[in-house]
Every structure is written in structure tokens, then in C-alpha cells.
Design a protein around this ligand. Structure first.
Ligand code: SAM
Ligand code: SF4
Length: 358
């Protein structure tokens, strides 16, 4: 890609060059590792490989979305360059996400190469499951270790209402295909919404117990301009209390390397997790950064500071030192934490989750 494809406007005002000025001497990291100024080791990257999706989930996207033009999206080669640079800096876990990663053309080209990267021990993928029946075998063969599949309801009509487009059967067949392909401990992700799916949480837990799956309930986050969230917000605490009327939940110290806190139900292998950005801030132990489909490196899901990798990749192709330094510098803009309040109607972050990658 040539320099003229760069859009200098895409680097926001206030940034010098591609990055905020950072005093890297203040970052106390050993060479070859990523440590932020609060001493947190960053070993986990979530890479969004597209902003597009074949669903329009009400909590994630507007009904009418304008997606990015192709030249503003990282090419698959650029995604690979970014991922391998992070791995060279000690990152051992990478989650491929989106948008819907499996609608990206030739996504498997990238996934196969990521699966073969020495040092990347844990390649995982988050998907809406719509394409899983087709790709489960190839994902497994490529070395993807584990899948997260988003599923907020087990009722076809409700599924259609929440996703605006999707078909529940396709997703359930996709989950079955993943199990047939040899994936174990596949995890369902359920966004908790009062008055929308909160009458199904017990059924969802029964479903995962019956099918040998895990489940994480997620508190809805105020990302993107969507109104009415405060009516639907429901805390992990409340849901957990409701579940204890039906199941014995034993707290577990297990950690999947993510923000979920887990509970076990005696006699079952399934883990029931809660991701609680509102009610239980998990920033202390944050070990991750996110890369958007545009190549923006967001050190925090809930803040707007970013490092812009795409201009570096395009103006200095092959300059691995420059890219590596920008990534190291991004540690200096990683904030201590996000600041989601219970004021859900006003988005604290203007990006949709489909931009940042969930
Ligand atoms: N399309 C894929 C999927 O749905 O799994 C991957 C991308 S999606 C943005 C990743 C996760 O973010 C999904 O589990 C989705 O439910 C979650 N998500 C999206 N918007 C959210 C919001 N506002 N609050 C909480 N979770 C959200
Ligand atoms: Fe698409 Fe996933 Fe967002 Fe739903 S949550 S619209 S499936 S990116």
C-alpha cells in the first residue's frame, strides 16, 4: 500500500505524528515485554478484523450502520504484522473479534497464520456463530483453542428481535458443529437486559449444563449512541441472586485470563461467569489492549485515548522497529481504568462495541 492512501485527517488533533508524546523512560518494562505505568503486564490482545457484521444486535449497532471503506481497514497482511509484533513483545493470547470476524473475506488466511505463530499460545475467537457450521473444522485445524459464541436468547422470535436479522437455528447448529470439530469448553456470551431476556437466564444455564458449555453473563456497556440502556441495565449481582434460587453456585477461583468471575454448579464441568464492568470494576488486573479494524490501538475499552497504527504500517511498510516502538509507547497512555457509571443513556465512549471488538 502506498503513502497516498493515507488519510492524514485520521490522526486526531493533539497527537504528534501518530502517537501522543509519551515519556517511555518512565515505563518500567524489561526489553521484550509490555508493562504499563501501573505495572500491569500486557500479554493479551483483542484484534478486530472487521467492523462489519451480518447481525445488527440492538445493544451493539444502530439499525443503519455506515461501515468503513475498505482502504481504511487493516489488510489481513497488516493484521498479521501487528499480531506478530505483539507476540514479539511477549503477548501470548490473541482473541480475534469484530464486527463478525467470520464475515471477513479470507479470514481463514489470517487465522491459519496466526495459529502457526511461535509464541502465541492461546489463539481464541469470538463470533456470533452464524458462520460457524461452515468454519468450525477449519478453525480447529488452524489451531484456534477456544470459541466464544454470543447468544442472548434461546427463543427464535426473540433472537430475531435482538439481532434484527439473525436466525437462532444457524447459531445453535454452529455451536454443535464446533463441538463436533473437537472444540471443548465453548463459551456462550449473554448480554443481560432487563425486560428483554432476563426471564431466560435459568433456561440458558440449563442449556449450557445439558450441552457441556460454559456461559458468561455480561453487563451491558454504554458504548455507542443507543438510547434507553438504563431501562435494561441489570447487575450481575441481581442475576446471580436470582440464579441461586435454582442452582447451587460455588464461587471458583478459576480465571480464563479475562475479566469474568466464575461460579461452578456441583456435578457439572460448566463454568458460569459474570463480566461486570459496572458493578465490579476489573481494571486492577487488566492485561489487555484492543486493536480496531482501523488499526487503532485502544489501551482501554472504556476510554478514548488511542495509538494509530495504520499510518505507521502504510507510511513505513516493513519498518518493524517503528511499529514496535509505537506499541511500547502505547503503554504510556493506558489509563488506570474505565469509568462506566450507572448513567447508561449517555455513552461514555462514542465507539460501538463492533468498532472496538468485544
Ligand atoms: N460479532 C461477534 C459476537 O457477537 O460475538 C464478535 C464481536 S461482538 C462486538 C463481541 C461481544 O460484545 C459479544 O459477546 C456482544 O454480545 C458484546 N457486546 C456488544 N455490544 C455490547 C454492549 N454494549 N455491552 C456489552 N456487551 C456488548
Ligand atoms: Fe454483530 Fe456481534 Fe455486534 Fe451482534 S454483538 S451486531 S453479532 S458485532
Amino acid at each position: 500500500m502506498q503513502n497516498e492512501s493515507l488519510n492524514p485527517e485520521s490522526t486526531p488533533a493533539g497527537l504528534t505524528g501518530f502517537a501522543p508524546h509519551v515519556d517511555t523512560a518512565a515505563l518500567n518494562h524489561a526489553p521484550g515485554t509490555l508493562v504499563d505505568k501501573y505495572g500491569r503486564h500486557i500479554n493479551y490482545v483483542r484484534l478486530s478484523i472487521t467492523d462489519r457484521c451480518d447481525f445488527r444486535c440492538t445493544y451493539c449497532m444502530a439499525e443503519e450502520m455506515t461501515f468503513l471503506p475498505r482502504h481504511e481497514v487493516l489488510s489481513l497482511e497488516e493484521c498479521l504484522t501487528v499480531a506478530s509484533t505483539f507476540v514479539g513483545l511477549g503477548v501470548s493470547k490473541l482473541r480475534i473479534t469484530g464486527g463478525e470476524p467470520l464475515v471477513r473475506k479470507n479470514a481463514m488466511w489470517l487465522i491459519e497464520r496466526l495459529g502457526a505463530l511461535p509464541g502465541l499460545d492461546n489463539l481464541v475467537l469470538t463470533t456470533n456463530g452464524s458462520q460457524l457450521e461452515r468454519y468450525a473444522g477449519a478453525l480447529r485445524a488452524a489451531g484456534v483453542r477456544r470459541l466464544n459464541v454470543s447468544l442472548d436468547t434461546l427463543r427464535p422470535d426473540r433472537f430475531k428481535a435482538i439481532t434484527r436479522i439473525g436466525e437462532l437455528d444457524k447459531v445453535l447448529h454452529g455451536v454443535a458443529a464446533a463441538q463436533a470439530a473437537g472444540f471443548t469448553r465453548t463459551k456462550l456470551n449473554t448480554v443481560m437486559m432487563r425486560g428483554i431476556n432476563d426471564d431466560e437466564f435459568v433456561d440458558l444455564v440449563r442449556y449450557v449444563l445439558d450441552h457441556g458449555l460454559d456461559l458468561s453473563f455480561i453487563e451491558e456497556m454504554p458504548l455507542g449512541e443507543i438510547h434507553g440502556r438504563s431501562n435494561t441495565y441489570i447487575s450481575s449481582e441481581e442475576v446471580r441472586e436470582r440464579l441461586t434460587e435454582h442452582f447451587e453456585l460455588l464461587p471458583s477461583t478459576e480465571n480464563s485470563g479475562g475479566p469474568a468471575r466464575y461460579w461452578r454448579i456441583p456435578g457439572s464441568e460448566s463454568r458460569i461467569g459474570f463480566i461486570s464492568p459496572h458493578s465490579h470494576n476489573f481494571c486492577d488486573s487488566c492485561n489487555r489492549v484492543r486493536i480496531t479494524a482501523k488499526g487503532e490501538l485502544y489501551p482501554c475499552l472504556g476510554q478514548n485515548d488511542a495509538m494509530y497504527l495504520l499510518p505507521i504500517l502504510r507510511q513505513y511498510p516493513g519498518d518493524s522497529d517503528r511499529l514496535r516502538q509505537a506499541i511500547i509507547d502505547s503503554m504510556g497512555i493506558k489509563p488506570f481504568g474505565h469509568d462506566f457509571t450507572q448513567q447508561m443513556d449517555a455513552p461514555q465512549v462514542v465507539r460501538f462495541m463492533s468498532m472496538t471488538g468485544g
